[in-house]
Ligand binder design. Structure first.
Ligand SMILES: Cc1ncc(C[n+]2csc(CCOP(=O)(O)OP(=O)(O)O)c2C)c(N)n1
Ligand SMILES: [Mg+2]
Length: 545
C-alpha cells in the first residue's frame, strides 16, 4: 500500500471502497474508465456487463439480494445513456447504487473532445438522488463517501459521480474518512397513535402491503398486525417485491393496476391502510372513483415523493417495519371479527388442449417440480399472474421484479441476484422467467451468467409476439399497430452465442425434465418453451367484479 507521501486519489478511493465493502464492481470499461481500473486489485471483482444497461441492472439485483449498496462504473455519456433505462428502474426500485462514470481529461473538457460528458450532472437526472462531478481531483474519495451516504438513506436510490480520467494519479488529501448513516426513519409517535386510533375505530379495515415491507425485513411484523386485526391483506399493485406469504389465509391477491378496478375490489371496506407502497402504482387508465364510497385511506411510506403523489388519504413517513411493530402495539385486537373469505384458492391444473401449451399449462407443469426455496425474478408482461398462481411466494427474498415496467431490467437483475447467492454461499437457485420479447433488451446478461457459472435458469415462454401490447390495443382501441409479431426470434441460438446451454421444451414432460436437468446442472440454462398465442383482457374480468 502507498505511504502517505505518494498517496494518490486512486489509492485513497480503493481503500475507501474496500472499507465500504464495495469490492464487486459492475461495469463496462472504456478509455475514460481505464485509469480507475488500472492495476485492478486482486481482492476486487469486476463483473462485465457487455452493455451498460446490463451492468446497471446486475448491480441492482446484487444490491437488493445482499441488502447493501453496490457500485457500477459506466463509460462517460454514452455508457450513462445506455444505462439510463435501468437507472430509472433502480430509482423506482429504491435500490442504493453508487454509479461512477468516466469523464474526459479536465485539461481538455473546455473544447469538447470525444468522450466528453457535457452537462454531466444533468444527464442522469431526474432518476438519481444526487449527481456530482468533484470540483478538484482530491475530492473524489469524499464525493464517493457522500454518494454512499445519500444512496443508503431512505428512500434509497442511485447516485451519480462523474470522474475525469486524469484525477486518479493526483496526490490525495490522505486516507478517506469512512462515515456511517442510518437507513430507517421511525414514525412520529403522535401521528402513529392517531393512525392506530383510526384503525381501531374502523368497522371493516383492509391492509394493502407493499414492497417496502420486505425491504425493511417486515414480513413477520406484517403478519402479526394482520392477525391481530383479523383483516384481509392485499398486495399493492405492481409491487416489485413480496410482503406476505401468498398462502397465508388472510392474503387475498395483488390489486389490479387501475383506478376503477381497485375501487371495485375494495368496495365495502371503510378504512384502507396502505403500508410500504405508493397510492397506487397505476398502469392503464380505467376511470372510476379513486376510493370506494365511504372509504378513507391511510398511507405509511418512507418516501416523501410517494406520500406527496397519493391522490387521496393521509400519510405518515416511516420505515415499514417500525410502523408495523408500533401499530401492532397500539391497535385493539379484533378476535371476534369474522375472518374474510380467502380469495386465495389453489389454482387448478388445466386440462391439456394440445400443443403449443398455454402459458397456464406450462406454468402448472413447472409448479409441480418447483424447488420450494428457489428465487424467482420475473419479466413476462402478459402472463406473470398465471405463473404466480402455480408458484406462490412463501418466504421473504424469493421474488424480484421491477417497479417501473421498463423492459431489460430483470434478466440482468437475476444475474446480480444469482451472483449474490454465490457470494453468500446460499446455494439457492434463481429462476428467471422472461418473455421472448423482453429477453432482447438486456440479452448480454446471459454472458455474465455463463462466465461466472451462475445458477440461473431462464424460463422463456415463446409466443413470438408482444402479447401484452395486443391486449393494450384492445383496451385502448388502437388497431393495426405495426411490429407486434416476432416469430423469427431464435432464443436457443442467442443463448448459445453467449455461452449458455439452451434447450427447447414443448410438452409438459419435456418442460419438467428440462427443468430438473437445469436444476442439477452446473451453471446457467435456458429453457425455451413455445406457448399458445392468447389475447386476454388486460385487466382480468375476475378482478373487475
Ligand atoms: C424499454 C421498454 N421498451 C418498450 C416497452 C413496451 N413493452 C411493454 S411489454 C412489451 C412486450 C413484451 O413482450 P414479451 O416479453 O414477449 O412478453 P409478452 O407480452 O409476449 O408476454 C413491450 C415492447 C417497455 N415496457 N419497455
Ligand atoms: Mg412474447
Amino acid at each position: 500500500m502507498a505511504d502517505e507521501k505518494s498517496l494518490t486519489v486512486w489509492d485513497a478511493t480503493y481503500d475507501l471502497l474496500r472499507k465500504l465493502e464495495l469490492t464487486t464492481i459492475f461495469g463496462n470499461p472504456g478509455s475514460t474508465e481505464q485509469p480507475f481500473l488500472k492495476n485492478f486489485p486482486s481482492d476486487f471483482d469486476y463483473i462485465l456487463g457487455l452493455q451498460e444497461a446490463t451492468a446497471v441492472a446486475m448491480a441492482d439485483g446484487f444490491a437488493q439480494a445482499t441488502g447493501k449498496p453496490a457500485l457500477v462504473n459506466l463509460h462517460t455519456s454514452a455508457g450513462t445513456g445506455n444505462g439510463m433505462g435501468n437507472i430509472m428502474t433502480a430509482f423506482l426500485n429504491k435500490t442504493p447504487l453508487i454509479i461512477t462514470a468516466g469523464q474526459q481529461t479536465r485539461e481538455m473538457i473546455i473544447c469538447d473532445p470525444l468522450l466528453t460528458n457535457r452537462d454531466e450532472t444533468t444527464l442522469p437526472r431526474p432518476y438519481v438522488k444526487w449527481a456530482y462531478e468533484p470540483k478538484r481531483a482530491e475530492d473524489v474519495p469524499r464525493a464517493i463517501m457522500r454518494a454512499y451516504a445519500l444512496a443508503l438513506q431512505p428512500p434509497a436510490g442511485p447516485v451519480y459521480v462523474s470522474i475525469p480520467l486524469d484525477d486518479w494519479d493526483k496526490t490525495a488529501l490522505g486516507w478517506a474518512d469512512v462515515r456511517t448513516v442510518s437507513s430507517r426513519v421511525a414514525p412520529d409517535p403522535e401521528r402513529i397513535r392517531e393512525f392506530a386510533a383510526r384503525i381501531s375505530a374502523a368497522k371493516n379495515p383492509v391492509l394493502v402491503y407493499g414492497a417496502e415491507i420486505e425491504k425493511a425485513g417486515g414480513w413477520e411484523a406484517g403478519v402479526a398486525l394482520a392477525e391481530k386485526l383479523n383483516a384481509p391483506v392485499f398486495r399493492a399493485p405492481a409491487s416489485e417485491r413480496m410482503c406476505i406469504s401468498e398462502t397465508h389465509p388472510l392474503f387475498q391477491m395483488q390489486l389490479p393496476q387501475a383506478i376503477g378496478p381497485i375501487s371495485q375490489i375494495l368496495k365495502g371496506f371503510d378504512l384502507i391502510v396502505v403500508i410500504g407502497a405508493p397510492v397506487f402504482r397505476y398502469y392503464p387508465y380505467i376511470p372510476g372513483p379513486v376510493l370506494p364510497d365511504g372509504a378513507k385511506l391511510l398511507q405509511i411510506t418512507n418516501d416523501p415523493t410517494d406520500a406527496g403523489s397519493a391522490l387521496v388519504g393521509d400519510s405518515l413517513l416511516s420505515d415499514a417495519k417500525l410502523a408495523l411493530l408500533a401499530l401492532h402495539d397500539l391497535v385493539g385486537g379484533r378476535p371476534s371479527h369474522a375472518a374474510p373469505p380467502s380469495r386465495n384458492k389453489k389454482a387448478s391444473v388445466p386440462e391439456s388442449e394440445g400443443l403449443p401449451l398455454t402459458a397456464r399449462e406450462a406454468y402448472a407443469a413447472l409448479g409441480e417440480v418447483r424447488p420450494e426455496d428457489a428465487i424467482v425474478v420475473e419479466e413476462t408482461p402478459s402472463n406473470f399472474m398465471e405463473f404466480r398462481d402455480y408458484w406462490p411466494a412463501l418466504k421473504p427474498g424469493r421474488y424480484y421484479t421491477y417497479a417501473s415496467g421498463g423492459l431489460g431490467h430483470n434478466a440482468p437483475s437475476a444475474v446480480g441476484v444469482a451472483l449474490a447467492q454465490k457470494k453468500l454461499g446460499t446455494g439457492i437457485p434463481v429462476i428467471m422467467l422472461i418473455g421472448d420479447g423482453s429477453l432482447q433488451y438486456s440479452v448480454q446478461s446471459l454472458s455474465a451468467a455463463a462466465q461466472h457459472k451462475l445458477k440461473v435458469i431462464y424460463l422463456v415462454p415463446c409466443n413470438g409476439e408482444y402479447a401484452i401490447l395486443k391486449e393494450f390495443a384492445v383496451l385502448e382501441k388502437t388497431p393495426n399497430v405495426p411490429a407486434l409479431d416476432l416469430p423469427y426470434l431464435d432464443i436457443l441460438s442467442l443463448a448459445r452465442g453467449y455461452g449458455v446451454t439452451a434447450v427447447k421444451a414443448e410438452t409438459k414432460q419435456e418442460i419438467q425434465s428440462a427443468f430438473k436437468e437445469a436444476l442439477a446442472a452446473d451453471g446457467p440454462r435456458v429453457i425455451a418453451f413455445p406457448i399458445r398465442r392468447e389475447t386476454k383482457p388486460l385487466i382480468p374480468p375476475s378482478v373487475e367484479a
